[in-house]
Structure formats: C-alpha cells, structure tokens
Design a protein around this ligand. Structure first.
Ligand code: TYD
Length: 177
C-alpha cells in the first residue's frame, strides 16, 4: 500500500465570509474532502497577527495592496472576526485548495468557494476571496503555529515543549465547581 501523506492545513473563514453568513456553506463544501477538523476558534485579528500571517505579501505585491489586505483581514470592511480552522488528513493541503479555488475569484472555478462567493473590490483591486488556506507544507506549519497553540489542537503534528511562563491570563471570576 502506498504511504499515506497526512498533513494539516490552516483554513480561515475571512471577515467577508462571516458577514455574508457563509460559514455553513463553506464547512459543507469542505466536508467533501472527508478530512477531520483538528482545531477551530474565533479570532479577533490585530495588526501584529495580520502582518505575521501575510509576511511575504508586502514584497510580492507592494505596500498598497499589503495595507489593504491587512485592513481586510483585521475586519475594517466587514467584522473584526475570522474563524480559524485546522483540517487534517491525507493530502489535506491540496484537497482544501481545490475546493477553495484560485486566489483571484474571477479566475477561480465557478463551483469553488472563491469562485462562488468571492469578489474583487473595484476601488482597490483587492481580492475579497472569503477563505484562506495554506499552500504548502512549509506554510501550513508556519501558519498553524501562528494561529494555534498546541493544546488547542486535537492532534499535534509538530514538536512541542513545556514552557513555564508568568503570563497573566483572563479567567472566569466565579469558577464552575
Ligand atoms: P496570496 O498569499 O498570494 O494568496 P492565497 O490567499 O491564495 O494563498 O495572497 C494573500 C491574500 O492577498 C489573498 O487571499 C488576497 C490578497 N491578494 C490580493 O488582494 N491581490 C493580489 O493580487 C494577491 C496576489 C493577493
């Protein structure tokens, strides 16, 4: 039997996807992959996280597009939330990208998520393409580590270590017994 290539990949349902109530449609489309969901959470994206996630885009597309994409993912045009998910399974990266479609919604297959629901903003040329998904094993690892802590994932694929920190964390004032 051929060796299995189990991968994890990061999926973001971007602010336009949430505002357009597309979460159900997107999750249904992705369920066709038969992958498992290994992590899921709502994140309010700040500039630091947005810059880290799109670290290569400035040199690739220039300052103007980079700044617009940062505003878009931080929710300046829709809502300040994204739904971050980790999908896992055999060839997860290409399976999810196939269903998501090409980056440019006008070039994406009309039956892909981006082809169906994405748009190009006429004033800026920015692609509001509803979802993000990792494009390589290297980027999947980088992105999963940016968005998730190991204990937020049901399956941990990358090496971990225990670190004792003195970080102050918000907790419930009245704990449930
Ligand atoms: P990129 O990482 O190239 O694509 P993908 O999200 O498919 O991996 O680009 C990141 C985001 O930047 C993309 O989802 C939408 C936006 N973008 C534009 O608005 N215009 C562009 O020309 C490109 C390349 C990206």
């Amino acid at each position: 039997m051929a060796e299995e290539n189990i991968q994890q990949t990061l999926v973001l349902i971007k602010p336009d996807g949430l505002v357009k109530s597309l979460t159900g449609n997107i999750l249904t489309a992705l369920s066709e992959t038969k992958l498992i969901i290994a992590g899921a959470k709502i994140v309010q994206v700040d500039r630091e996280l947005a810059e880290k996630h799109y670290n290569k885009l400035r040199e690739e597309k220039g300052d103007e597009i980079f700044e617009e994409v940062l505003k878009y993912i931080q929710g300046h045009y829709h809502t300040n939330r994204v739904l971050a998910l980790v999908y896992q399974g055999e060839n997860a990266i290409s399976k999810v990208r196939e269903i998501a479609g090409e980056t440019n919604p006008e070039k994406a297959s009309p039956i892909s998520i981006r082809g169906k629901y994405g748009r190009i903003v006429s004033s800026t040329g920015v692609f509001e393409n509803v979802v993000h998904c990792s494009d390589s094993e290297e980027n999947a690892e980088r992105e999963i580590k940016i968005w998730f802590k190991p204990d937020e994932l049901s399956n941990i694929m990358y090496p971990t270590e225990e670190k004792t920190t003195t970080k102050t964390e918000l907790s419930w004032k009245e704990e449930v017994e």
